[in-house]
Design a protein around this ligand. Structure first.
Ligand SMILES: N[C@@H](CCC(=O)N[C@@H](CS)C(=O)NCC(=O)O)C(=O)O
Length: 211
């Protein structure tokens, strides 16, 4: 079996997605904590494994050769790891819909909800970023409404069982309050969050964060 190491920060939803999937799949992995605020992602050393200087990065050590390869972009990592499992439909429209939600997450959800959360929670809402924080609210609410509508019709985002589409969107949605969003306006999202959290091997975001 290949060996996996994840370079990440558990408070980053993009990194947490990867840990969440590995736990759901019961696949062993090593977690390498990276401190973004301390600037490690910008180091020459780190840029050798991701020229784009961002976490998460998955390190894959091949069983036979011992060679190491690296994969970045959280949703690409989820697709690679979930291949052949119940978390990724094998083909056709269900597979297309997983990708639909993952592209939605990166373009219409994360740039609003994750960025608002970063400005408020990590930077403490400094005066010079208050306008930017406010500008994220409408887009974030629109994304949540789109999800809530889908979840009024299906148990999970793509049908009746959990896929990596849910993992991609759960990561920042369940902590959207950190970015100033009121999830009580979205009852179907709240019910979906409770369903995800009741699944076997569910890993809470704060599981590996020192208190
Ligand atoms: N599209 C990327 C986004 C990754 C990303 O923005 N990572 C942040 C942490 S959440 C990061 O590493 N920031 C460090 C930096 O930009 O210097 C993904 O989904 O993996």
């Amino acid at each position: 079996m290949n060996e996996y190491r994840v370079y990440g920060d558990m408070l980053s939803g993009n990194c947490y997605k990867v840990a969440m999937l590995l736990e759901f799949m019961g696949v062993p992995y090593d977690w390498q904590a990276v401190d973004v605020l301390a600037g490690f992602t910008q180091s020459t050393e780190f840029k050798q494994i991701n020229a784009n200087a961002k976490i998460p990065v998955l390190e894959v050590t091949h069983e036979e050769s011992g060679d190491k390869e690296y994969l970045s972009e959280s949703n690409a990592i989820l697709n690679y790891l979930a291949e052949g499992s119940t978390f990724l439909p094998a083909s056709g429209l269900p597979r297309g819909r997983v990708l639909q939600w993952q592209f939605f997450e990166q373009y219409s959800h994360e740039p609003y909800i994750a960025v608002a959360r970063f400005i408020k929670l990590f930077l403490g809402l400094p005066a010079e970023r208050k306008e930017e924080f406010a500008s994220k609210q409408a887009g974030g609410r629109k994304a949540l409404a789109v999800m809530d509508e889908q979840l009024s019709r299906t148990t999970y985002l793509v049908g009746e069982s959990l896929t990596i589409a849910d993992i991609s969107l759960y990561a920042y949605t369940h902590v959207a309050a950190d970015g100033g969003f009121d999830l009580t306006e979205y009852p179907n999202i709240l019910a979906w969050i409770a369903r995800v959290e009741a699944l076997p091997n569910y890993l809470p975001m704060r599981a590996r964060v020192a208190s």
